[in-house]
Design a protein around this ligand. Structure first.
Ligand SMILES: Cc1cc2nc3c(=O)[nH]c(=O)nc-3n(C[C@H](O)[C@H](O)[C@H](O)COP(=O)(O)OP(=O)(O)OC[C@H]3O[C@@H](n4cnc5c(N)ncnc54)[C@H](O)[C@@H]3O)c2cc1C
Ligand code: SF4
Length: 327
């Protein structure tokens, strides 16, 4: 680990000003950033501790939107009564991630920006376009069992590792950020980038912008939702495949569906293709299977991860069956 300066921000403006020249990074829970610094993958000259900023609350706005401060801990969000009751998909996604100790440290803002778990990204002796642009991708012809099948490019096939983000993608969250030019909001679908030719760029957040909060819009039927995660062991493990499912069902018919997949995409994967199949369809196994086929129709397998395509389909069908039942 290289030496660095450490400062505490007293207000958002101070944090943003400290980031202006580049070379500085915000630290929230530190559960991802510190690991990356120990491996010299991240080498900030300065860390800005934002834990003193007032961004720890969860509140309901007059229009029913839930505003979640960027410093809300993953465990506090998962166990908040409003989230458990109205957005079980988000609570379940958070509780499926990492371990209790990590969830007590990890924040919402940090979770949005956590980096991939592709093993070559962490191996500084291996070529990796995400870590060293232009060096090549070791995973494409290497051991790629855990890598993505959706949204890949010839430059990078790394999965996005977050569980929380998959639920937020399905919920259509909105991310609020503040920078030198003032505040702006980013729809969740526009926040994470596909790798394309530049996998080193992972989000549309600018280097001197601070995430201040995340809004979850009111979705009354999200009370009927579920997150299912399939992994190599029952806890403390990233997803091989996961599904976030929210269904509005009336009289055995699906009025509206929100579907997102994890563990298989290079970004949290909202599946508009599956949603299109489900909207207006009967809530039954046939519809769920057709939706799963659509969700994975653009998947591209690599040498060791073709199994993920069938696994993701079954995961989605299982989650849909749990939420929608069979008619
Ligand atoms: C062993 C282990 C297992 C894990 N398993 C899972 C899992 O199964 N599922 C899962 O989803 N996650 C998992 N995680 C990841 C964990 O959820 C993340 O490490 C955590 O959410 C990051 O939050 P943090 O507050 O600690 O971020 P930090 O490490 O503090 O920061 C991460 C990044 O976000 C930036 N940042 C933080 N807050 C802000 C802000 N407000 N504005 C702008 N930039 C900001 C930092 O500069 C940094 O680049 C695991 C982590 C570990 C170590
Ligand atoms: S998949 Fe992406 S992160 Fe992994 S080695 Fe290739 S470029 Fe690096």
């Amino acid at each position: 680990m290289e030496s660095f300066k450490f400062i505490r921000a007293n207000d958002p403006r101070g944090a943003i000003t400290s980031m202006t020249g580049g070379g500085a990074k915000i630290i929230a829970g530190g559960t991802n950033l510190v690991d990356l610094m120990k491996l010299n993958i991240e080498r900030p000259a300065q860390l800005i501790d934002i834990n003193g900023l007032k961004m720890q609350t969860i509140e309901t706005l007059p229009n029913g939107t839930i505003k979640i401060g960027a410093l809300v801990k993953n465990s506090d969000l998962a166990y908040h009564p409003l989230i458990m009751k109205n957005f079980p998909v988000l609570s379940e996604a958070l509780l499926s991630g990492a371990s209790a100790q990590l969830r007590n440290m990890a924040t919402v803002g940090g979770n949005l920006l956590q980096r991939t778990r592709c093993p070559y990204f962490y191996d500084t002796a291996a070529p990796c376009n995400k870590r060293v642009p232009g060096s090549g991708c070791s995973a494409i012809d290497g051991y790629n069992r855990n890598n993505a099948v959706l949204g890949t490019s010839k430059y990078c096939i790394a999965t996005h590792p977050s569980d929380m983000c998959v639920a937020m993608a399905a919920l259509g969250a909105v991310i609020h950020v503040q920078g030198p030019a003032g505040p702006r909001e980013i729809p969740f679908a526009d926040f994470h980038l596909l790798p394309a030719q530049t996998p080193q760029y992972e989000t549309t957040l600018k280097h001197d912008e601070l995430i201040t909060s995340v809004d979850i819009p009111p979705i009354p039927y999200a009370i009927r939702s579920h997150y299912l995660k399939v992994r190599d062991r029952a806890s403390y493990e990233f997803a091989l495949a996961s599904a976030a499912v929210i269904l509005d069902i009336n009289g055995g018919r699906i009025k509206d569906a929100r579907i997102a997949l994890g563990g298989v995409g290079t970004k949290p994967w909202r599946s508009k293709l599956a949603e299109k199949v489900l909207t207006g369809a009967a809530a039954n196994e046939q519809s769920y299977r057709t939706a799963a086929e659509a969700a994975l129709s653009e998947a591209k397998p690599y040498k060791h991860n073709a199994f993920k395509i069938e696994l993701a389909k079954r995961t989605l069908v299982h989650a849909l069956t749990t939420v929608g039942g069979m008619s």
